[in-house]
Ligand binder design. Structure first.
Ligand code: SAH
Ligand code: SF4
Length: 379
């Protein structure tokens, strides 16, 4: 093995372009097929430690481990819900020097959730990964724990795909893998499009994770130009739009970015997306007691979305420590749903799993931060 200069700190394998990986292997005197071999371990076998890649020569494994870290994430904490349906992972991203970036990335923490169902269409018996696209979020929806924390930084494509690989590594012992992906964790995916498109290609690529476009969903607060771009992309993933209100006045209170992309524009983009891709759009609607859960608002919602091929996902809001929002009584949820049913709009009420582990968006991280602050303050 001839000597290439060793870098001072290992680089993220996932964030290094393929040509550079191939070049690094060549510099280590390796044949061209090695790259495929390593990628197979990473993407197909869920192995994130070069030492375990048993068909590579020992000294190559050591040389790779000196130069690269496969997934730039560390599991800080996991929390399994009592019902066994959901496990939350709090992950630390060490940051550091990243290819194509002028400044080193600061460390950050994000959360990733592994669920035994698909929250967008209630399919059972699948493993769904709920991935974060940003550390924090700048949009500031008042009912959302991530929104309350604010924006910290963009994730790289490797940090997004790496979350999924951490889950696959955990499922490896059972001989299973993630089958569905939702970008519904922390952050607004369509405000980090470069990394998100790249991550989706890798998740979809037959030589990558090989997950079908129908099994990948982006949840967005409604960034209209990015929805237009998504409709034109080669990988037509599913689109979920966080609506939460049927008129601009109320929606601006719940989703402040509605000022920039008001409902008429957003719904027109959804209609075009559906026409272009032939897919239904999922509308997410967090039901908040006394705020957006009246039958009159349900009727207004029907009037606005009826022309769009869609599916509505009602989510009784998860109360967060920083807000007074409460979930409606079950009767109110049923009354709201009944209006949509009567209008023949397919509607599901999201079955809440893992409430005991803070399964709401961003809540594990918010809880961790407040625990750390309490520890720091000597409480
Ligand atoms: N930023 C994107 C994706 C992440 S949030 C978006 O907003 O769509 C994923 C979903 O969780 C969104 O539909 C969001 O509105 C919802 N959500 C956030 N906080 C919630 C809470 N406290 N209760 C219920 N749903 C919540
Ligand atoms: Fe950001 Fe989505 Fe939370 Fe709104 S709901 S603050 S867009 S993560």
């Amino acid at each position: 093995m001839n000597g290439q200069e060793k870098p001072t700190s290992p680089r993220s394998w996932l964030d290094t372009p393929e040509e550079e990986l191939a070049q690094a292997l060549r510099a280590l005197g390796q044949p061209a097929y090695r790259l495929k071999q390593v990628q197979h371990w990473v993407y197909r076998q869920g192995v994130l430690d070069f030492a375990q890649m048993s068909d590579l020569p020992q000294e190559l494994r050591a040389a790779l481990a000196e130069r690269f870290v496969v997934a730039p994430l560390r599991v800080v904490r996991t929390l399994a819900s009592a019902d066994g349906w959901t496990t939350k992972y709090l992950l630390e991203l060490p940051g550091g020097v990243s290819p194509g970036r002028k400044r080193p990335l600061p460390p950050a923490t994000v959360e990733t959730v592994l669920m035994r169902y698909d929250p967008t269409d209630s399919q059972r018996g699948r493993w769904t990964a709920c991935l974060s696209s940003q550390a924090g979020c700048a949009v500031g929806c008042p009912f959302c724990a991530t929104g309350q924390v604010g924006f910290f930084r963009q994730l790289t494509a490797g940090e997004i795909v790496g979350q999924l690989l951490v889950l696959n590594a955990a499922l490896r012992a059972r001989g299973e893998r993630v089958t569905n992906v939702v970008l519904m964790g922390q952050g607004e995916p369509l405000l980090n499009v470069a990394a998100v498109w790249q991550a989706i290609e890798r998740i979809h690529d037959p030589a990558g994770l090989a997950i079908g476009a129908r099994h990948i969903t982006i949840s967005t607060v409604g960034i209209v130009p990015a929805i237009e771009e998504l409709a034109e992309r080669q990988t037509p993933v599913r689109l979920a739009v966080s609506l939460h209100a049927p008129n601009d006045e109320l929606r601006t209170q719940l989703v402040p970015i509605n000022r920039r992309y008001p409902l008429a524009q957003l719904l027109a983009a959804c209609q075009r997306f559906s026409a272009r891709t032939g897919r239904r759009v999922t509308f997410e609607y967090a039901l908040i007691a006394g705020v957006n859960d009246s039958v009159a608002l349900a009727r207004e919602l029907v009037r606005r979305i009826a022309p769009i091929p869609c599916h509505v996902n009602l989510i009784p809001v998860n109360p967060t420590p920083g807000s007074h929002f409460q979930r409606p009584a079950p009767d109110q949820v049923r009354a709201f749903q009944a209006v949509l049913h009567t209008a023949r709009i397919p509607t599901t009420v999201r079955v809440e799993r893992g409430i005991d582990i803070f399964a709401g968006c961003g809540q594990l991280r918010a809880e961790e931060v407040s625990t750390r602050q309490a520890v720091a303050a000597g409480r």
